[in-house]
Design a protein around this ligand. Sequence first.
Ligand code: 5GP
Length: 195
Amino acid sequence: MKLLEERIRKDGVIKPGNVLKVDSFLNHQMDVTLFNEMGKEFVRLFQHKKINKILTIEASGIGIACICAQHFQVPVVFAKKTQSINLDGEMLTTKIESFTHKRTYDVIVSRKFLTTEDHVLIIDDFLANGCAVDGLIDLVKSAGATVEGVGIAIEKGFQSGGKLIRDKGVQVESLAIIDFMDAENEILEFRKQEI
Ligand code: 5GP
């Protein structure tokens, strides 16, 4: 998506360790006008799918997921990261290793909010090694719900997550795919896409 790529070029900061900082518009300060365009694009990309729920993970997926959900006219559920599982009612749980924080979280969603009736679009800000999305897929499956697709703002195409999830037969749509990133020389290369 050209608009997002241009914004990444303008305001993204490449950090050592293959981390792209986009906190001025995506995951700390949030440009909701941009999110709105991203929401429209996800609706177009998943128009053939019957989606009745969006699932994301706290914290940085929530903003994008909420604006997207307005376009799909469906509710958003966010998976919570927790240190200890406090069993208040029936919870679905999985473990997710955080790429940015290098630690493992228990992640929970209340059974009430993911059911066998649900057709779920998973939304997140980044796809890197795929742990976050894989964990969310796990939660959807353990609920007996259906994963209809995965919508990502920025995929780091040089990491393994995209292949991991697509190899499961899941439709993954990333609005910007970075194929190469070099902090020292400030080089950023996007994959050519139709969107
Ligand atoms: P994965 O689980 O695919 O390895 O990583 C995805 C999660 O890690 C996302 O939810 C995102 O919050 C975080 N993440 C991964 N790579 C980056 C990055 O380059 N920059 C930022 N800001 N977050 C990232």
